[in-house]
Design a protein around this ligand. Sequence first.
Ligand code: MF3
Ligand code: CO
Length: 252
Amino acid sequence: MVLKTTGEIELMDEANRIVHEVLDGITERIEPGATTAELDRFAEAFIRGAGGVPAFLSYRGYPATLCTSINDVIVHGIPDETPLEAGDIIGVDCGVLYKGYYGDAARTYAVGDISQQARKLMDVTRKSLDLAIQVIEPGTRLSDIGHVVQSHVEEFGFSVVREFVGHGIGVALHEDPQVPNFGQPGRGPMLEAGMVLAIEPMVNAGEPGIKVDADGWTARTTDGALSAHFEFSVAVTESGQRILGRSQPAVA
Ligand code: MF3
Ligand code: CO
């Protein structure tokens, strides 16, 4: 596990700032009729205009800048010409490489009016991320993060995905350690100031399982139920934690 210097964390804050500017821009572009390919073109142009490089494009052969994951797609949906429809929920995941450092974040958006269940799923997933971030400080054990996520999610009858996990991030998109969204508390290494973790709960409304489409990427729920995903890159600091690319206070 590599510790980052204060200077490195500032560069990672800048990389994540670009990511969040993209995700803010997506908010304005989400509407019935918009295509995920349009969102992807916006994101790539914005990132390059800001002096960054899309981090997912060509990563293990991934063909786009964004992952756009609609309804029963959990993560890694590939942008295409299919129009968004009112009632959809869509997870948008964005990674940026900037001055040698990676930023990675995701949000789930509502398209027009959505069902109460879809709203609840989004709110519970977002809240599980906040609760996880609140326990991050030096001395917290790594597995406490997943424990907090799982406990919150299961309280509402939803389930956490096991097959994909959060991760360390820095000079690589994926660094050690893996950060599962489930588990017992009090296990694993202690967090230390200078660690940077991408925390990313993926929450299914129904069964926790996944299946991957023939494209090798698109990961869906096995039962066709909805899934939501939020992600922040978070630095462990002496006094607690800092969400990178976001204005402070850290949890807002
Ligand atoms: N946020 C995801 C992750 O950290 C997105 C990866 S998409 C990929 O794993 F295309 F880059 F694999
Ligand atoms: Co990630």
